[in-house]
Ligand binder design. Structure first.
Ligand code: PLP
Length: 384
């Protein structure tokens, strides 16, 4: 059966060049990078080269990059680590937005339970956070503003540079979750002015289970894991050398090939959007019309015009070999509509009748043709 993978925001396959780069570091060069002997030092050298490569591609110094187990851990480290460091200075307020990933929202809930104040900013119909709202929420107690670089569901790109200036003017730090924007738009930590930035390898054709947190030199952050003194005491745990090498290779490739890939994916996205608009007048395109990632197309079917169950649609697409995501997530055994779409003002039924297409390296115009044909058939049947 024909299979079309259009879920590249969920994860990506490991690029064969990444796999090849990682291969020697499982059983040839296998030392513990913290051991002082020859085996260990060989591994250490490779690990530090990987760190330099990644840091260099985002405008950071190698010493400012800490390896973690992925985006979720990096977000937790940024939020909780910054909060614990700020506590000793008497600062207890964090600002974030309703568009953030659960890896930011849930640590904020934990901080709120621990007595920190959390401001959860609204987003507009395009999923955008306004810098004015950040400005309005700042207090003398604010230690951190956490606003993602681009949204994983609707692709909206946030004004992080402007937000950094506002936060810094009031003495607060800035964290940005850049998991989805790495390799999809230029990212430079100095240009953006961020103090903390989250990265993950498996969204850019790297291995699952590794990410990094950029921590600007001099930023006050406490470790959230405790154990050995690895990663300069900030993130204990035996260093994962093969995955770090794979991550570095993936970043190198993503940055080198970004310009070409942005153009290619934008063409596919624009074509799919145009064709869906012409066939289904009831669709709403979610996300900012211009400030958006090149590969994400998020469409809802307006519940006032058509009655469609997103999960059924997704399953029917899967039966035809097409992998996409719906506008719902399984929480405690029931399907809940996306918190981002609800915050954008979509009603529950419309939010549930949503599909997210996320293009990647494997996709071609033939895939767009197949998706449109399939949706014609499936939606025709579901609404007959
Ligand atoms: N942040 C964003 C914006 C994401 O899209 C994801 C993954 O979907 C994460 C964080 C979590 O990253 P990881 O899967 O590496 O833990």
């Amino acid at each position: 059966m024909r299979r079309v993978y259009l879920d590249h925001t969920a994860t990506t396959p490991v690029d064969p060049r990444v796999l090849e780069a990682m291969q020697p570091y499982f059983s040839e060069t296998y030392g513990n990078a913290s051991s002082v002997h020859w085996f260990g030092q060989k591994a250490r050298h490779v690990l530090e080269l990987a760190r330099e490569t990644i840091a260099g591609r985002i405008g950071a110094q190698a010493g400012e990059l800490f390896f973690t187990s992925g985006g979720t851990e990096s977000d937790n480290f940024a939020l909780v680590g910054a909060a614990y460091a700020a506590r000793s200075k008497g600062k207890r307020h964090v600002i974030t937005s309703k568009a953030e990933h659960h890896a930011v929202l849930e640590p904020c809930e934990v901080l709120a339970e621990e007595g920190f104040a959390v401001s959860l900013l609204d987003i507009d119909r395009d999923g955008m956070v306004s810098p004015e709202a950040v400005h309005g929420a700042m207090t003398d107690s604010t230690f951190l503003v956490s606003i993602m670089s681009a949204n994983n569901e609707v692709g909206t790109i946030y004004p992080v540079k402007e937000i950094s200036e506002i936060a810094h003017a009031r003495g607060a730090m800035v964290h940005s979750d850049a998991v989805q924007s790495l390799g999809k738009m230029p990212l430079d930590v100095r240009e953006l002015g961020v103090d903390l930035m989250t990265l993950s390898a498996h969204k850019i054709y790297g291995p699952k289970g590794i990410g990094a947190l950029y921590v600007r030199k001099g930023t006050a952050i406490e470790p959230i894991l405790h154990g050995g003194g690895q990663e300069r005491g900030k993130r204990p745990g035996t260093e994962n050398v093969p995955l770090a090498v794979g991550f570095a290779k993936a970043v190198e490739l993503a940055v080198n090939e970004m310009e070409v890939e942005i153009k290619r994916m934008s063409r596919l996205r624009v074509e799919l959007e145009a064709r869906l608009r012409s066939r289904f007048p009831a669709i709403i395109i979610n996300g900012h019309p211009t400030l958006r990632l090149p590969h994400i197309l998020n469409v809802s079917f307006d519940s006032n015009k058509i009655s469609l169950e997103g999960e059924m649609l997704l399953m029917n697409m899967d039966i035809h070999g097409i992998a996409v995501t719906s506008g719902s997530a399984c929480t405690s055994g029931s399907m809940q509509p996306s918190h981002v779409l609800l915050a954008m003002g979509r009603d529950t039924r419309t939010a549930k009748a949503t599909l997210r297409f996320a293009f990647g390296k494997s996709n071609t115009m033939d895939d767009v043709d197949y998706v449109v044909e399939t949706m014609d058939e499936v939606i025709g049947r579901m609404t007959a």
